[in-house]
Write a protein that binds this ligand. Structure first.
Ligand code: RIB
Ligand code: CA
Length: 313
């Protein structure tokens, strides 16, 4: 099986970190061409720092990490230190990165990579606000038909929102960017809160990370210990939802997930519902389907895969 070539676009973020580690631990299925950073959970300077910390934790200081957009297309940046801590990667005590950022802007890397590789051979995996992806599409509309698939974490329907009653954070931060991506015509697979809220890091699952008895296993357990406090208090849940690793797990084992190919559009007008993913789950409109909207997961299978793969690092 030829590994799928991907670009991870990310705003680490503890859950982004786990998603990146899972990708780097799975070379049979995934070849990471580069990591592009965007402002989101924390400002760009920190997301670009954190992505390099994670690459070095995985022993991959060779991975090209690019800094991208430092603010949304048309709105002020909203960050989530209340969830991820002031560094965005609170929990473990990890060394500052020694690897440098790659030369050039993330958006230029996305455009150049899609143009250099055969059409349909590169998958984009956004794990944060969609500012970099939308900016690339605006600057180079020709890349839309070259994208194999966009597999992203964002949105919510039955679960509503997590930053407003209507909107999930990644979409809310840059709704104009999300609108451009959802309209671009590339095949979309969306991992919304509807599925990520079923991927909860319960204590036995976090204990399994710690029991790996490796620097990666310990770091992931400590990230989750930090990250979960907010969600457990807010939702009264058994643990933190591992949002972003659903994206990379899908690339490895799509059968762990199920969803529907439906129309999904983004609210960009009303402040009350700004950034809402209006998912036509019941197909009550004649709007053309544009996304596979994932609603369910084999959570035990997901955590078994994740733990086994993290053990490799
Ligand atoms: O709403 C959850 C999403 O927002 C995740 O990607 C998390 O990392 C934050 O970016
Ligand atoms: Ca993220």
């Amino acid at each position: 099986m030829t590994p799928r070539k991907i670009i991870i676009d990310t705003d680490p973020g503890q859950d982004d970190a786990v998603a990146i580690l899972l990708a780097l631990a799975s070379p049979e299925e995934i070849e990471v061409l580069g990591i592009t950073c965007v402002a989101g959970n924390v400002p760009l300077e920190l997301t670009a720092r954190n992505a390099r910390i994670v690459c070095e934790l995985a022993g991959r200081s060779d991975m090209p990490v690019f800094a991208g957009c430092d603010r949304p297309l048309g709105r002020a940046l909203v960050t989530a230190e209340h969830v991820h801590g002031k560094t965005g990667l609170d929990g473990p005590s990890l060394p500052e990165p020694t690897m440098a950022l790659a030369e050039g802007h993330a958006v230029d890397f996305i455009i150049a990579t899609l143009r250099q590789h055969p059409p349909g051979s590169v998958t984009l995996c956004p794990l944060g606000p969609l500012t970099n992806i939308a900016t690339a599409l605006q600057r180079a509309p020709d890349i839309a038909e070259r994208i194999a698939e966009i597999v992203l974490m964002g949105g919510g329907y039955f679960e509503g929102g997590n930053i407003t009653p209507a909107a999930e954070f990644n979409i809310y931060v840059d709704p104009q960017a999300a609108d451009a991506v959802f309209r671009c015509g590339a095949p979309l697979v969306v991992m919304p809160l509807d599925v990520t809220h079923k991927a909860l890091v319960t204590k036995p699952r976090n204990d399994a990370f710690r029991a790996l008895d490796t620097p990666v296993g310990l770091a992931v357990a400590q990230m989750t210990d930090f990250f979960e406090r907010f969600d457990k208090e807010k939702y009264g849940s058994e643990g933190a939802p591992l949002h972003d690793p659903c994206v990379t797990a899908y690339l490895i084992s799509p059968d762990l997930f199920s969803g529907r190919h439906i129309n999904v559009e983004i609210e960009t007008t009303s402040e009350l519902t700004m950034g809402m993913t209006v998912a036509d789950w019941w197909r009550v409109t004649d709007r053309a389907p544009n996304a596979t909207f994932v609603g369910d997961i084999d959570a035990d299978g997901f955590f078994d895969l994740l733990t086994r793969r993290l053990a490799r690092l």
